[in-house]
Write a protein that binds this ligand. Structure first.
Ligand SMILES: Nc1ncnc2c1ncn2[C@@H]1O[C@H](COP(=O)(O)OP(=O)(O)OP(=O)(O)O)[C@@H](O)[C@H]1O
Length: 310
């Protein structure tokens, strides 16, 4: 039995218009996406802005209405949020992208971290304080942090507070939506390493959402590349980085900056190779079905990426 199973997930948003505000069509934010995650592993969802990563994560946790498909968590169907038990809701938590806006600026750290505990567990004042202290210690912050407000912390520290809140209920699955993209590069590595440590310590499973393939390479066991709500390619970390099949994946890999001077020549040649393949693919694509897809071939640079070939 897979730990988390997502089958044929679709999330469509209606496009309203006209004087009667009728539904004129749909934005297919997630369009027929399926994957499984094994316990204790990290599954990466990668793609450019608007590809449907966040919607996928939010749909799993019940924050978006699912148009069709199913979500099975530890053998139980949790597609419909109403059917989720309190226990299931505790078991899946989310870490948000922006540690600056996701923490309530008017609340003290103690109240921020204790909020899920207050919703789900009946603890005495004393027990709650002890638990918050333990959580702060776990994420590497001092007990004095309890009485401070979010603005008194750096971005990396705030994301640690976000993690402390997410793990307060001892969840099993954490959906981490771009957890480090709002942070300085120098702090990103610290937070990512810390997330890996805590994963081992608590046997957590991650659904890791990112637009940054370099980070995903570092973090994820299995990876799916998304484009316009659909999968372009999925596989193990090795499949994706050592043997990418799709030109879109190859372009993303070619775009990862390599700061090691020893690799520059290799990377230059790889980029040239990918560019040639992309141009060939682009020509084939527009010969066959360019107009059907509704894209005007204005110039090659006009396109960020192309959909799956055939
Ligand atoms: N509530 C909504 N109503 C209508 N359209 C939406 C809504 N939420 C998302 N979308 C659309 O769904 C598509 C997928 O959005 P989503 O946020 O999942 O992408 P993403 O890959 O996470 O992008 P980003 O990295 O920029 O957050 C986009 O075209 C977006 O405009």
């Amino acid at each position: 039995m897979a730990f988390l199973e997502v089958n044929n997930l679709k999330v469509y948003y209606p496009i309203k218009g006209g004087i009667l505000n009728r539904t004129m069509g749909h934005i297919k934010a997630v369009d027929d996406v399926s994957f499984t995650i094994e316990e204790g592993k990290t599954y990466g969802l990668v793609g450019e802005s608007g590809s449907g990563k966040t919607t996928t994560g939010r749909a799993i946790i019940g924050l978006e209405t699912i148009t069709s498909g199913e979500v099975i968590f530890q053998g139980r169907d949790i597609t419909d949020r109403k059917s989720q038990t309190r226990k299931m809701r505790k078991d899946i938590q989310m870490i948000f992208q922006d540690p600056y806006s996701s923490l309530n600026p008017r609340k003290r750290v103690q109240d921020i971290i204790a909020e899920p505990l207050r919703n789900f567990e009946k603890l005495s004042r004393q027990q709650e304080k002890k638990r918050v202290q333990e959580l702060l210690e776990m994420v590497g912050l001092s007990p004095e942090s309890m009485v401070k407000y979010p603005h008194e912390f750096s971005g990396g520290q705030r994301q640690r507070i976000g993690v402390a809140r997410a793990i307060a209920l001892k969840p099993k699955l954490i959906i981490a939506d771009e957890p480090v993209s709002a942070l300085d590069v120098s702090v990103q590595a610290q937070v990512l390493n810390f997330m890996q440590d805590i994963q081992k310590e608590l046997n957590l499973t991650y659904l890791f959402i990112s637009h940054d393939l370099g980070i995903v390479k570092h973090m994820c066991d299995d990876i799916a590349i998304m484009y316009k709500g659909r999968y372009v390619e999925k596989g193990t970390n090795e499949d994706i980085f050592q043997h990418p099949q799709h030109i879109y994946t190859k372009r993303l890999i070619a775009a990862i900056p390599d700061i090691n001077p020893a690799n520059r020549k290799k990377q230059f040649h790889y980029r040239q190779e990918v560019k040639r393949e992309y141009e060939q693919f682009y020509d084939d694509y527009f010969d066959q079905e360019g107009l059907a897809y509704g894209l005007k071939p204005i110039s090659k640079s006009h396109l960020v990426a192309l959909p799956e070939k055939g």
